[in-house]
Design a protein around this ligand. Structure first.
Ligand SMILES: *Cc1c(COP(=O)(O)O)cnc(C)c1O
Length: 379
């Protein structure tokens, strides 16, 4: 263990910016020179490039990841009286989007090992009102989408449901992640991405994207994001204002060519953590062989989380908690009627999770130092 204490932040967006400054400036200058700031070439290029990267037919740029989920639900007709199944171990916006669409969130517990949606438990919560399922590829890991898709089909057949149950993937933390070599976001009917600045691919402001396979849904989303306008100043349905602006699209186009190499660096850091963190107090995350996580976060489990965080902080290593309180126990969602004990695995896991720094710009020395500090934790 090195003697001097280092200071390692949880994230360092500026360090990344300084590495790609010329790319970003060129891209932004292009937009200023053209001076079209809403719905133009940059947005269209990014939509196409990202859709083909993931393996979907169409992309619709929107204002944020939350809007992507909200508009996706809206476009398939989810509204009052409908139920949408998701997990309580996710970022708040997964659920606020369901509520914004007028529907009721229904929570299913997670798997202990992966900390992701337990697709086997979906059967217990599905009802005739279920209109959609939102699996969340949390931390960069991928939900068992193959099982989810086949399970949903067989459940629909069994309960003789007339209507389709849509699968909407929340890919806000999983840009480039894959299951059996197929990208997260290409399994369901619709997939939603966020480019919030700290995501694996981040804009310099808010940005989101919806990917779809069907032309009809795509056309509908194009209307929905711009006041329902079929042509300028003629609206055919009530819509929203939710567009990926040209400056953010240009930033994303400038950063996109680096995404795979950044993800590889995250994976290399994760490999060091998985191989070299050896501390009985610290439970490492587990991954199925079929999954290539992109390690948006590296989340370990420790019984006395606060003590562990204090230890790391005393050595200059910043940590975070994703997330401290499951959504079914949040004040905003009391009215859904859940109580402590309803999702035992989610609740147990979320009392213990701690995220340690994992971002591409960490140096090998930083990584070695973090490993030493974690291994020195006494419990
Ligand atoms: C970031 C995030 C979102 C929302 O994205 P915004 O762009 O901040 O609206 C949704 N779901 C998950 C899992 C996220 O991490």
């Amino acid at each position: 263990m090195k003697k001097e204490i280092q200071t390692i932040p949880f994230m360092d967006i500026k360090k990344q910016y300084l590495q790609i400054k010329p790319d970003v400036e060129r891209a932004m200058q292009r937009v200023f020179d053209r001076s079209q700031f809403i719905l133009g070439e940059e947005g269209r290029n990014f939509e196409q490039q990202f859709a083909s990267y993931v393996g979907m037919s169409y992309g619709v740029g929107v204002n944020s990841g939350t809007d992507a989920l909200h508009l996706a639900l809206h476009t398939i007709g989810v509204g009052a009286g409908d139920e949408v199944i998701t997990v309580a171990n996710t970022a708040i916006p997964t659920v606020s989007a369901i509520v914004a669409a007028g529907a009721t969130p229904v929570f299913v517990d997670i798997e202990e090992e992966t900390m992701l949606m337990d697709v086997k438990k979906i059967e217990n919560v599905i009802t005739p009102q279920t209109k959609a399922i939102i699996p969340v590829h949390l931390y960069g890991n991928v939900v068992a989408m193959d099982d989810l898709v086949s399970l949903t089909r067989s459940i629909i057949a069994k309960i003789a449901k007339k209507n389709k149950i849509f699968i909407i993937e929340d890919c806000a933390q999983a840009h480039g992640a894959a299951l059996y070599g197929k990208k997260a976001g290409s399994f369901g009917d619709i997939s939603c991405f966020s480019f919030y600045p700290t995501k694996n691919l981040g804009a310099y402001g808010d940005a989101g994207l919806i990917l779809v396979q069907e032309r009809e849904i795509y056309d509908h989303l194009l209307l929905l994001r711009q006041y329902g306008e079929e042509k300028r100043y003629y609206t055919v349905m009530n819509g929203f204002n939710s567009r990926l602006d040209e400056l953010q699209a240009a930033v994303l186009l400038a950063k996109f060519p680096y995404l795979d190499q950044w993800n590889k660096r995250r994976q290399a850091i994760a490999k060091h953590y998985l191989d070299e963190i050896k501390n009985v107090q610290v439970r490492l995350p587990m991954f199925k062989d079929s999954v290539a996580s992109v390690f948006h976060l590296f989340v370990v489990r420790v019984k006395d989380r606060e003590h562990f965080r204090e230890h790391l902080a005393s050595k200059g290593v910043s940590t975070a908690v994703h997330y401290p309180l499951p959504l079914h126990l949040q004040k905003a969602y009391f009215s859904l009627g859940y109580k402590k004990g309803d999702l035992p695995i989610t609740e147990r896991v979320m009392e213990e999770v701690v995220s340690i720094p994992i971002f591409p710009e960490l140096s090998d020395d930083d990584v070695a130092y973090i490993i030493d500090v974690v291994n020195a934790y006494k419990g």
